[in-house]
Ligand binder design. Structure first.
Ligand SMILES: NC(=O)c1ccc[n+]([C@@H]2O[C@H](COP(=O)([O-])OP(=O)(O)OC[C@H]3O[C@@H](n4cnc5c(N)ncnc54)[C@H](OP(=O)(O)O)[C@@H]3O)[C@@H](O)[C@H]2O)c1
Length: 264
């Protein structure tokens, strides 16, 4: 792995930084020397994360932003770029999914999930491009799932949005050859992601996933996932489609690896 040192002096925008992997990534970027702009809808949580980063000695500032609102996104990007003096790296972590089967998903649910998981990412990236194009080694990170390996019942709507996001990443690489676009298939990670799931539906879904032998990875902590993603960004010349997951075998390697090509 060719590691280009740390993120010292890099200007990093983290969208979806109020919890989970995004929050851990913002912290890891600050610890690696970056100036960090954090955003999500729950401003008090984003501000608390930014304060934690500042207390650890790095520069960080919080914004409220709903990625489904294009004006919000454009305002965020311009203000963050002004504050940081540009943008080198965009980390897009905003994402959501209820458990819902295709038979029960309303058009409104489809639109909402597409808006958050796909269109939000596209809007953040498109708004950031004029800044990224001026940066010396610009990069964008989006996250997909390990579901490319097998479809997961109850997460088909979510998986569809993530498959579209992976396709956007592929196309963006051709359209913006100077931009590194990392697409990370995120293995199971302890976050707030499943907090709103209906318990009965979750039981049915987990049973189906276990019977289908789909739960093949162990659980990672958000901080370990964040460290592995930052390592992948710093792995200059490394793969851009990667899977980061813990092995299911408790005797296997305990931390994340970013060595396996994403099967998507
Ligand atoms: N955890 C896993 O096992 C796993 C597996 C595969 C992929 N992923 C992906 O990893 C990413 C991060 O998820 P996580 O696990 O860290 O879950 P999380 O803790 O629930 O974080 C989700 C983040 O998305 C933000 N978000 C949701 N809707 C938004 C909106 N409309 N505008 C702005 N931000 C919005 C949330 O902030 P606000 O609510 O404050 O806006 C929050 O910061 C997601 O894209 C998810 O699909 C996670």
């Amino acid at each position: 792995m060719v590691r280009s040192g740390d993120l010292g002096g890099r200007r990093v925008l983290v969208v979806g930084a109020s919890s989970g992997i995004g929050r851990a990534l913002a912290y890891a970027a600050g610890a690696a020397g970056a100036r960090v702009a954090l955003a999500a809808r729950r401003f008090e949580l984003v501000e608390a994360a930014a304060a934690e980063i500042r207390n650890a000695g790095a520069e960080a500032r919080a914004w409220r932003c709903d990625v489904t609102d294009a004006d919000d996104v454009r305002g965020l990007v311009e203000e963050a770029a002004l504050w940081m003096g540009g943008i080198d790296l965009v980390l897009y972590l905003s994402g959501a999914s209820p458990l819902v089967r295709v038979a029960d998903a309303s058009p409104a649910q489809w639109h909402e999930l597409l808006a958050t998981n796909l269109v939000g990412a596209a809007t953040v990236v498109a708004s950031s491009l004029r800044h990224l194009r001026q940066a010396p080694a610009p990069a964008v990170v989006v996250t997909t799932t390990t579901m490319g390996e097998a479809p997961w019942p109850w997460l088909t709507v979510y998986g569809s949005t993530k498959a579209a996001l992976a396709e956007m990443a592929r196309g963006l690489r051709r359209e913006e050859p100077g931009l590194r676009v990392l697409c990370v298939a995120v293995g199971p990670t302890v976050t707030a992601f499943a907090e709103g799931w209906d318990p009965d539906m979750a039981t049915a879904a987990f049973t189906a996933w276990a019977e289908g032998e789909m739960m093949r990875y162990g659980l990672l902590e958000a901080a370990d996932m964040a460290t592995a993603i930052i390592d992948a960004v710093l792995d200059v010349g490394g793969p851009n489609d990667i899977l980061i997951a813990a092995p299911a075998d408790p005797n296997g390697r305990p931390s994340a690896t970013a060595e396996t090509p994403n099967p998507l």
